[in-house]
Design a protein around this ligand. Sequence first.
Ligand code: AMP
Ligand code: MG
Length: 294
Amino acid sequence: MSKKHGKRHRAATPAADDATPWQDGPRAASGIVTVVPGQAFDLGAVDSDADGGFEKEAAGAALKVERERISVLQERLYAERKRSLLVVFQAIDTGGKDGTIRNVFKGVNPQGCRVWSFKVPSSDELDQDFLWRYHAKVPGRGLIGVFNRSHYEDVLAVRVKELVPETVWRERYGLINDFERLLTLSGVTVLKFFLHISKDKQKERLESRLAEPDKAWKFDPADLTERKSWDAYQAAFADALARCSTPYAPWHVVPANRKWYRNLVVSRTVADTLEAMDPQFPEPKDGIAGLKVV
Ligand code: AMP
Ligand code: MG
């Protein structure tokens, strides 16, 4: 507690708009599902169309409020420089990881934020243990780090494409839990989002990438091969969510068919998480009271 200021200061973030359908609490009505640690998880039971009772326009207005909350709290986290936030995104192809990152972190000071996209590992990366390349990108004190794909690919793509034997990937759930526990104990809050879309929505999005010239660059013919493994990916996602949702780093499943709702759910959860971390500005240096700038 600050001696000079008498009490700790809660960040003066803008209040969430009481007129939104979330007035009974953000998650109750939001459709976001936090996976219960230690229980089997049925991904099929989560409605990817959920909209929390929002209209698109109201969701857009509410998103701006959440962005402002994130921005105010990020400044404190950066100034405090004691802890960090790691936000992990996983989804099937076209699930909306890039769009979510663009929309949720728009108001954030770039100096305090690092975004990392993980692709097929290089041969140098494959020469190391599977967590090596991710560990190197964990945000340092004061920073927000965003993982666009993550260490979970090593129990998702790697499992579905059979890149290593089952005996190898099966061990990884426990290793991932240990890794995230190490991070948590080291001052990193780990926030994990799975963006959940339906198979029909993926078809629609792939078709629009093919049809619209300014989206064509995103179309990867390999996505069509991957789509054939839809069921295998859903099974791999469900397993990863169930086995790696822990009390210290739970998985949040976000209904993601509606982009505007997905953005709102993620931004609010990020803002709530930062608020719960309650970062504090450091004490001013001793002896500055009464100093004059000449
Ligand atoms: P994109 O994010 O669409 O650019 O695609 C990146 C590709 O890299 C996806 O097909 C991922 O499945 C793949 N990828 C990412 N990490 C890994 C990994 N650890 N092992 C194998 N494939 C990976
Ligand atoms: Mg892709």
